[in-house]
Design a protein around this ligand. Structure first.
Ligand SMILES: Cc1cc2nc3c(=O)[nH]c(=O)nc-3n(C[C@H](O)[C@H](O)[C@H](O)COP(=O)(O)OP(=O)(O)OC[C@H]3O[C@@H](n4cnc5c(N)ncnc54)[C@H](O)[C@@H]3O)c2cc1C
Length: 491
């Protein structure tokens, strides 16, 4: 009854088609990419303006319904899943690029603007006059954060999870590229923080920095001012295969220790090479137990020398094969291979769960060995494709979602992996965030005083826990049991 009244009120507020409450249509909003965390929301609403977001937030407060912000649901930690009759507020239809100011290298976008749509829009603009970019055919600026989901994920979602990506090694995570936010707070007030014109905030605190990574627990981001930077134009791509993951990991660690900063250093383990080869036939050696894909960029005249130095380090670890290339077509094919890895898993496993932790690069070899042992002990196949240069591991657990014991095994193995990563000096998330997936391990990583301080920050934005309670920080108000039989259904 309470749900019916709420839906009726939402329908009065928003036009036809922007309130979804039919159980069949709600099915796709039951989870994000972490499909173990599943619950049917009471409804999903699609505002298109700040005013609508304010009105929705106030209405949900009156009805005592949890507000659950969502971009396009590509998250991998269950952050946008609405438990216990929560209402999903999706900013996916607030997807416009509002302004591009190349003179000040800043763009203003709505929160639901897809990551790649912004760079695509910039690339259509004429080359800047008085240009430092002679000889280029398209506009040189772009929005640098490049999660592999960048075609689908939103910039609001990227900022909320502080997303990383393939080029995070050199370009850093999303927070480096966010200048300001407009956000509707859980009481309906509109907060504007940060710089709108490419300058920096003059206040005493870095509030945009604080909001990055809030995982939808502070408010609903409605628009963002973001930094635009020139794209690199000269590249060299290096592919090295090895007969052991340890050799591959040690060469990655040594390259950084020697003072190089490649734009990207990605790694696939042996099983992932097989999966990608079976699906796409890129021609990688099936004997290889690891493949490292390195990109260096910068001033063209210097790149061949740097490439030789980096290759010299790789050769210390007995590679099976080496390949260097400055050909844009080969570069595109190699990055396609890397970006296709997640999609290819669908051919070999009914379900998969991608974990995400950061470890010191010098520990990568032992961490991968331990991950393999943990997988075997739990009877699970774990395959790896990850941002090796950042020490950001992504063990991918293959399992069958229909078999409860496999779900349980996956969660137990994932917990063991994450604890091990923390024990060797790593941290709980490299880029995907905590959501509900890693919530229980927050007190394992952070001491009581730190957890208390995190809570004070949350309550400063949301004293009544109206928004995304039980995500990122443990909450007395809403507790999620990932293994609840039948999962969560609306009352
Ligand atoms: C194939 C694949 C590859 C991926 N690769 C990467 C990668 O390389 N790097 C990486 O970091 N991540 C990656 N991800 C994870 C995911 O794409 C990112 O976390 C992304 O930033 C989520 O954006 P979204 O719009 O889908 O957000 P959602 O999944 O909808 O939401 C994510 C979180 O942000 C909050 N949120 C979303 N929009 C708002 C808003 N407007 N206001 C307030 N809170 C909001 C939600 O409440 C939730 O907590 C990948 C995912 C997939 C499926």
């Amino acid at each position: 009854m309470a749900r019916e009244a709420l839906i009726l009120a939402l329908r009065k507020l928003l036009p036809e088609g922007r309130v979804v409450s039919d159980p069949d249509e709600l099915y796709v909003y039951q989870s994000d990419g972490f499909t173990i965390a599943r619950a049917t929301p009471a409804a999903v609403v699609f505002p298109v303006s700040v005013g609508e977001v304010q009105a929705i937030v106030k209405l949900l407060a009156e009805h005592g319904a949890q507000i659950v912000p969502r971009g396009t649901g590509t998250g991998l930690a269950g952050g946008c899943v609405a438990f216990e009759n929560g209402v999903v507020v999706s900013t996916a239809k607030m997807n416009r690029v509002l302004a591009i100011d190349l003179e000040n290298r800043v763009a203003h976008v709505q929160a639901g603007c897809r990551n790649l749509s912004l760079s695509d829009a910039v690339s259509q603009l004429p080359l800047p006059g008085n240009s430092n970019f002679k000889g280029q055919t398209s506009n040189p600026y772009h929005f640098a954060p490049d999660p592999s989901s960048q075609r689908a994920s939103t910039i609001g979602g990227n900022a909320s999870t502080n997303a990383g990506g393939i080029h995070t090694l050199k370009d850093f995570v999303t927070s480096t590229h966010i200048l300001g936010f407009e956000m509707v707070l859980p009481d309906g007030e509109v907060l504007k923080v940060g710089a709108e014109n490419g300058g920096y905030e003059s206040g005493p605190f870095d509030l945009p920095g604080l909001i990055c990574g809030h995982e939808g627990t502070f408010g609903i981001i409605t628009s963002l001012w973001v930094r635009l930077v020139p794209k690199a134009t000269s590249f060299r791509t290096i592919v090295v295969t090895y007969s052991s993951t340890a050799d591959a990991c040690n060469s990655v660690s040594d390259i950084i220790a020697a003072g190089f900063l490649p734009a990207a250093m990605e790694m696939l383990d042996g099983s992932m090479i097989q999966i990608v080869e079976d699906a796409f036939h890129f021609g990688f050696s099936r004997a290889a137990q690891a493949l490292v894909l390195i990109e260096i960029d910068g001033i063209d005249a210097l790149l061949d020398g740097q490439m030789a130095d980096v290759m010299g380090i790789c050769k210390l670890y007995n590679p099976l094969s080496t390949e260097i290339s400055s050909d844009p077509a080969r570069r595109a094919a190699l990055w396609k291979a890397r970006k296709s890895a997640f999609g290819a898993i669908g051919r070999v496993s009914h379900s998969y769960c991608t974990q995400d932790a950061c470890v010191p690069r010098s520990k990568l070899a032992e961490v991968l060995a331990r991950i393999d042992e943990i997988g075997k002990a739990h009877g699970l196949t774990i395959t790896n494709v990850f941002h090796a240069g950042d020490g950001n591991v992504h063990p991918i657990f293959l399992y069958d979602d229909h078999v409860e014991s496999q779900v349980k095994n996956t969660l137990e193995a994932a917990e063991e992996v994450l604890k091990y990563c923390i024990d060797v000096g790593g941290t709980l998330t490299g880029e995907h965030g905590v959501g509900v997936e890693k919530l229980h391990l927050m007190p394992y990583l952070f001491d009581e005083a730190t957890m208390a301080q995190f809570n004070r920050v949350k309550y400063a934005f949301d004293p009544e826990e109206r928004i995304n309670a039980g995500k990122l920080l443990p909450s007395e108000k809403l507790k999620v049991d990932l293994l609840k039989p039948g999962r969560q259904v609306p009352q």
